[in-house]
Design a protein around this ligand. Structure first.
Ligand SMILES: [Mn+2]
Length: 345
């Protein structure tokens, strides 16, 4: 674990604040929900008046991380309460996002809020201008790992994991497990040190695994089967991609979070180095990209899909491509990116 994080300024802001708001990113994953609830549990344990906010709804399988008696506030479902919390906050902590636009419509309200702002994140190139304190580290598996490192340096914890509540440890372990896809990617030596410390704290690692990876519906599993059946492989570029239409979503009773992890599946094929999931929504096409080794899909997402992320895991959006043409758009973009030629839409 990293013991060299400068947290004095964070500690100063926390000790002088009473009401603290913690915000994750839009379309939250296990790391977003785990890191905001983990930080929530720590701050609530210090007697702070804390509010955990998600910019959009989270999948059911993450609801076991909800703080007792004070569930995560979802912006899209309760805009007034969120605005009130932002306006009355003494401190705002944004986690697991490198740009405020990752909170979508919440971004303007966050900018306007008067409270000091802190960013805790593990994505490259964080937007520093909106924050008073930025704790950014890309050499960690997840924001949850970084939050663990931060908490260990806080004076009241001082490296003693028994000072973390079991709820806090459970939340942080969940982000470790989901962002590493059950310890298969984004792993650093310290990740396992942190996992070990959380296990020694007494978390139920088996139950957390079941909650995160074995709690999907039958219809989600059957949708996954259909996606794999219709998967398209481009051998020339060692790439596989899948299309998820609104029609498929309706036919398989799709719920938020149901496509989580689909994009990783074709990477299990020998020789496949890049995978993509292109999912239709009413407003745009959501693009998820994954890769093996040093193939930088962050650059591909940035160049052709209005997005970004990590080297091996990135995402973006297409707004002006009709659904019927999205497959050929993807193939053209990929070919141009691979050959370094100019893309003509
Ligand atoms: Mn993350």
């Amino acid at each position: 674990m990293n013991n060299n994080i400068p947290t004095e300024s964070l500690e100063r802001l926390i000790s002088s604040a009473d009401s603290i708001v913690i915000i994750g990113h839009f379309n939250p994953d296990g790391d977003s929900i785990g890191s905001i609830t983990g930080m929530y549990q720590y701050l609530a344990g210090r007697g702070k008046n804390v509010c955990a906010i998600s910019p959009s709804s989270y999948p059911d399988f993450l609801s076991f991380l909800n703080p007792k008696g004070n569930p995560i506030l979802v912006y899209t479902e309760n805009k007034d309460a969120v605005q009130k919390a932002l306006d009355s906050a003494d401190l705002i902590i944004c986690q697991d996002l490198n740009r405020l636009s990752r909170t979508e419509q919440m971004a303007e309200g966050i900018k306007r809020a008067k409270a000091p702002k802190v960013l805790i994140d593990h994505h490259p190139n964080p937007e520093r201008e909106w924050f008073d304190v930025v704790i950014s580290d890309t050499e960690v598996s997840s924001t949850c790992e970084l939050v663990f490192d931060i908490l260990m340096t806080m004076p009241d914890v001082a490296g003693d994991t028994s000072k973390l509540s079991l709820e806090c440890a459970t939340s942080l372990y969940s982000g470790l497990l989901t962002d590493t896809n059950n310890y298969s990617n984004s792993l650093f030596p310290d990740t396992l040190t942190v996992a070990s410390a959380l296990m020694a704290r007494g978390i139920d690692s088996k139950q957390i695994y079941y909650n995160l990876f074995c709690s999907y519906s039958e219809s989600r599993m059957r949708l996954m089967g259909k996606m794999l059946d219709n998967m398209i492989i481009i051998p020339e570029y060692k790439t596989a991609y899948m299309l998820l239409s609104l029609e498929d979503k309706a036919a398989f009773n799709f719920k938020d979070g149901d496509s989580e992890g689909f994009v990783n599946l074709p990477l299990a094929i020998d020789g496949i180095e890049i995978t993509a999931l292109l999912a239709q929504t009413p407003d745009f096409i959501r693009v998820s990209l994954r890769s093996k080794g040093d193939i930088n899909v962050n650059d591909l997402a940035h160049s052709y899909f209005n997005g970004g992320g990590h080297v091996n895991a990135s995402g973006g959006r297409l707004f002006d491509v009709p659904w019927s043409e999205v497959g050929s758009y993807f193939e053209n973009a990929l070919a141009c990116w691979k050959k370094g030629t100019t893309f003509v839409k």
